[in-house]
Design a protein around this ligand. Structure first.
Ligand code: FAD
Ligand code: NAP
Length: 543
């Protein structure tokens, strides 16, 4: 059986950078990827309207000067095809494909205790062994398709935004139903409305969404970024969400004196209603997201929610539709913030119908369409924009078996337990990239990915240089870290009792309700990881 130093599962941005970095360290690496090419999220999510909600300058790799200097982003927030082009460019430039096996779904990752090696099975067939295993399987890579009665009986076409086909999908002259109004649904709906004959939107919970930046990248702006990449990457490391806000910081510095900067209100409770309405008029709805108390103070949160609702009511022409589009049972900041392009305006079109599932839930799927209440809507296509089994889904589906035959499923039956979102007690030399308990999805993911891969590479370098064979966290360190993760999440809108988000696992029936990502911010997290290394890998057992 073939033996590698290290196996990576997944060839999204995490697996790609991992391969480059670990090869640079002299390791013999093999990557297994279920898809037929690189890109992960951007390979699978090809639905119309898919794009980044972090500026592309920020959502790009920082590990190579040459890569930064040679790449042009066409838009400030790039669309999926451009991000996938970038992933392909990275793969070509660093010769990654030669060490990636595509079309290869890992179905078991088993620790062979006597040998101290991980054994990897592809499609049930044992394929190779490796000393280290890095799970770069993604936080949002296992699509969630709800089990709706009769779903299999539908005679039309069925699509999922998270598994959109490579071939063009022709929706013209089609009656299309889309289920779900999270980030994917909100991005897709305005585009689907343009492409289909009639679009029926099945909404269970209304969403808080604010208009996205639509600017094309100007040449002089790209040039300015090129000159300042090092500073941008440094600023990212200091920012809570791993975003430098480079131009904003620079222009604010230029335009506003120091006193004025500090005098700028950061709390919604410090402002009266009129001022707030004026700010929305001048700066857009997104300004509501810039007040810190909106995320931690229920009164501030309700003020923002109310202003948000009033604004939406003024865009959507039909009163009943506007009323259905207003979120009612939860506040801003509970779920991942959604950005849109003409979402609310789309509901003013005569060829778009909103079906409010709070009033008339889906009874079943019929061979011809979707039945809500006592009416059946005939459809040619049903599109599920129903999200993902987030953060733990792909790890659990990979069937990881650790020491003494204990499975990850058993270990995580009451929720994910991991140290720093990097390693799991009982699973030596196995690493997770952006795993539960790390900033991951609350951060610019490329910054989070690079920090994790660099940390793992340094860790392996340390083990190999000192003749150590294995590393894993102690159960005590793991429990302390989980307690810390829970403690920082407490009192935020993320964990409010009214909040049911995928961050909490609430979108998957039966999934334990635990807040999974680390909400303490990227800089605090990174300095904790660095301090642990300085302290001779405190909390880990090295043997
Ligand atoms: P992924 O890109 O998910 O890659 C994981 C890969 O592992 C996949 O290709 C999958 O096929 C493979 N895999 C999983 N299990 C197995 C297995 N058992 N065997 C073999 N292969 C396996 N983040 C941001 O920071 N900003 C954004 O604007 C943003 N936009 C997003 C938009 C969408 C539509 C989605 C779904 C996510 C978005 N994200 C965003 C999060 C995004 O997932 C990350 O930014 C990033 O792409 C994750 O990279 P990754 O390599 O960790 O995981
Ligand atoms: P999501 O946020 O989980 O949204 C899923 C939607 O489907 C929700 O509206 C949900 O309703 C609905 N739904 C689920 N099950 C349903 C059922 N049985 N019946 C009716 N409706 C149902 O998933 P997503 O939109 O794919 O986004 C997931 C994450 O991916 C985002 O939060 C973000 O991190 C990332 N993403 C980012 C972007 C971007 O802008 N860059 C774009 C897409 C995705 P409820 O709310 O009632 O559960």
């Amino acid at each position: 059986m073939e033996k590698f130093d290290l196996v990576i599962v997944g060839a999204g941005f995490a697996g790609m950078y991992g391969l480059h970095k670990f090869r640079e360290k002299g390791l013999r690496v093999r990557v297994f990827e279920a898809g037929t090419d690189v890109g992960g999220t951007w390979y699978w999510n090809r639905y119309p309207g898919a794009r980044c909600d972090v500026p592309s300058i920020e959502y790009s790799f920082g590990f190579s000067d040459e890569l930064e200097q040679e790449w042009d982003w066409p838009e400030v927030f790039s669309a999926q095809p451009d991000i996938l082009k970038y992933a392909n460019h990275v793969a070509d430039r660093f010769g990654l494909r030669e060490d990636i096996e595509f079309n290869s779904r890992v179905t078991e990752v088993r620790f062979v205790e006597e040998e101290g090696l991980w054994e990897i099975a592809i499609d049930q067939e044992t394929r190779c062994r490796a000393k280290y295993c890095v799970m770069a399987t993604g936080c949002l890579s296992v699509p969630n398709t709800p089990s709706l009665e009769g779903a299999d009986s539908f005679e039309g076409q069925v699509l999922h935004t998270g598994r959109w086909p490579k071939e063009a999908v022709d929706l013209s002259k089609k009656q299309v139903g889309v289920i779900g109004t999270g980030s994917s649904g909100v991005q897709a709906i305005p585009e689907l409305a343009k492409q289909s004959e009639h679009l029926f939107v099945y909404q269970r919970s209304a969403v808080y969404t604010v208009p996205a930046n639509r600017k094309a990248m100007r040449e002089e702006v790209q040039a300015e970024f090129r000159k300042n990449y090092r500073q941008i990457r440094e600023l990212q490391q200091l920012n809570f969400g791993g975003v430098s806000n480079f131009r904003l910081t620079e222009s604010v510095k230029r335009a506003v004196s120091k006193e004025k900067q500090t005098a700028r209100p950061s709390k919604i409770l410090e402002l009266n209603e009129e001022t707030l309405k004026q700010m929305i008029k001048e700066q857009g709805l997104g300004v509501l997201l810039s007040f810190t108390d909106v995320y931690s103070d229920m009164r501030a949160n309700e003020i923002a929610n109310q202003l948000f609702r009033e604004e939406i009511s003024s865009i959507v022409k039909k009163e009943a539709v506007a009323s259905s589009l207003l979120p009612k049972d939860y506040g801003l900041g509970c779920k991942r913030q959604v950005l849109d392009r003409d979402y609310y305006e789309t509901f003013n079109r005569s060829d778009v119908t909103l079906i409010d599932l709070e009033k008339t839930p889906i009874e079943r799927i019929s061979p011809k369409g979707i039945v809500t209440g006592d009416s059946e809507q005939s459809l040619d296509v049903i599109i599920y924009a129903t999200g993902f089994d987030a953060m733990t889904g792909a790890l659990l589906k990979s069937n990881i078996i650790g020491r003494q035959g204990k499975t990850l499923k058993e270990k995580w039956q009451f929720g994910p337990e991991a140290y720093l979102g990097l390693q799991i007690a009982g699973f030596p030399n196995l690493f997770t990239v952006t795993g539960p308990g790390s900033p991951s999805v609350l951060c610019n993911m490329l910054v989070a990915i690079e920090q994790h891969i660099d940390w793992i590479a340094d860790c392996i370098g340390y083990l190999d240089a000192n003749g150590f064979s294995s590393i894993e966290p102690t159960c005590a360190a793991e429990q302390d870290w989980i307690a810390h993760v829970n403690q920082v999440a407490e009192g935020t809108m993320y964990t409010a009792p009214s909040c049911n988000s995928w961050y909490l696992g609430a979108n998957i029936p039966g999934k334990p309700r635990i807040f999974m990502p680390y909400v303490g911010g990227f800089p605090q997290y990174k300095s904790r990881c660095d301090a642990i290394v300085k302290n001779h890998y405190e909390g880990f057992v090295i043997s």
